[in-house]
Design a protein around this ligand. Structure first.
Ligand code: HEM
Length: 377
């Protein structure tokens, strides 16, 4: 079984090879919660995360070794399961730094990174506030869904009285590869997703695009990143009536191999200038991979780490399905640039963005530290 350290220079769960399953959760601090309570919550979460990622139970007495007259410290459903590559990644939302009715809730107003603004409205957004935002986030990824759910469940339980769950999202079938050691998975449109993604094996590119540098600052964010989460509903019933050639034109890649329509196999570079025999662009003007490509976005690359979701069906009998898009970048403005470019994306006819959030992801901490140390120092 795979086991990742919780402690380290960067948080795990970013360049870590994307696991198969996700449970993502956004939390709000309780009304009237104090700075001390925030600090103690982050310390307790760190401790629990360090244990769970090693396959250990939460607390000193775990699930079954405590007093028979007290609720167990660990909820127990991961007993006997291996760590399953569990990573737990923590983040801070813009609202954590806000002043409410003139009161600086946690004394953090002057700590807010200027880059941590709520995302602007994008064309076609149909956001549900109940699936957006949050003071804190926790991304739990594992190769076993029960292990990921156990992590979020126990962290929610530990938060009781200090913070409560605002929204959460389960995901399966990672829609990205973050390592060249991984086969490219497919999203629910049936296309390979993650081919041109930033990979852990490109450390110079990861340093340039993902980690916050000391020039960017602020100091407490150096070595961290920013996470954008978008719940993107895919209207798959309509998509499934689209001809294969049209589907490929909308993406800009072939469906089977995943090669660019400008030619070549999956990992062949995209040639945006290539034309077909009749002189039309091989990769259409509104193709997703053209509009998302670094060449038309000032060189920007995102580290995508999203998951597929199917949450039952809606009242019209359509699957409530889509992509829970997650991307890490050292400035959320980079996501904004790409998402604005995608305003002309032909895929939009089959997509609806229904949830949105942005979080500052602090750097990792050494053993014995708390994930809140740099922020609250
Ligand atoms: C590439 C699908 C949303 C950014 C791709 C590829 C597919 C795909 C099939 C080609 C394979 C690859 O290189 O990974 C989708 C679907 C989406 C979606 C189905 C919505 C449900 C987004 C969003 C963004 C984005 C919201 C960012 C704002 C990118 C980027 C690439 C890409 C940067 C690589 C382009 C390149 O360098 O060639 N996407 N995508 N995608 N997508 Fe998306």
């Amino acid at each position: 079984t795979t086991r990742y350290d919780f402690y380290g220079g960067h948080q795990a769960g970013i360049t870590t090879p994307a696991q198969d399953r996700l449970h993502f959760a956004a939390f709000d601090l309780a009304d009237g919660a104090t700075r001390d309570e925030l600090a103690s919550l982050l310390a307790d979460w760190t401790d629990a995360a360090a244990r769970m990622t090693q396959g250990l139970e939460v607390g000193e007495t775990g699930a079954v070794d405590g007093s028979p007259y007290a609720p167990p410290e660990d909820t127990g459903e991961a007993l006997g399961l291996p760590p399953s590559g569990l990573t737990i990644t923590f983040g801070f939302g813009p609202t954590l730094f806000e002043t409410a009715e003139g009161v600086d809730r946690f004394g953090l107003a002057d700590r807010r990174p200027p880059a941590l603004e709520p995302l602007p409205r994008f064309t076609g957004d149909a956001l549900d506030p109940a699936r957006s935002g949050g003071d804190l986030c926790v991304q739990a990824c594992a190769d076993d869904p029960q292990v990921a759910v156990h992590a979020i469940r126990n962290l929610s339980r530990i938060a009781f009285g200090r913070a409560s769950l605002r929204w959460s999202q389960l995901g399966f079938g990672r829609t990205s590869s973050t390592s060249t050691s991984q086969v490219t998975p497919r999203n629910l449109f049936g296309f390979k997703d993650g081919t041109a993604n930033l990979k852990a094996e490109e450390p110079a590119e990861v340093a340039e695009h993902v980690w916050v540098s000391s020039e960017q600052g602020p100091d407490w964010m150096v070595g961290g990143s920013y996470l954008v989460a978008r719940r993107i509903r895919m209207i798959i019933e309509s998509w499934d009536r689209v001809q294969l050639a049209e589907q490929e034109d909308l993406v800009g890649r072939t469906k089977g191999e995943g090669g660019p329509l400008s030619g070549g196999t999956e990992f062949a570079p995209i040639d945006l200038d290539a034309t077909d025999a009749d002189g039309t662009p091989a990769i259409a003007a509104d193709a997703h991979v053209r509009l998302a490509h670094p060449d038309v976005n000032g060189g920007i690359r995102l580290l995508r780490r999203g998951y597929n979701f199917v949450d039952g069906n809606d009242e019209l009998g359509r699957l409530d399905a889509g992509l829970f898009f997650l991307s890490f970048q050292n400035d959320p403005a980079r996501f904004v640039t790409v998402q604005r470019s995608l305003a002309r994306d032909g895929l939009n006819e089959y997509l609806r963005h229904v949830g949105s959030a942005v979080f500052a992801i602090p750097a990792g901490v050494p053993e014995g530290g708390s994930i809140g140390d740099a922020l609250l120092a």
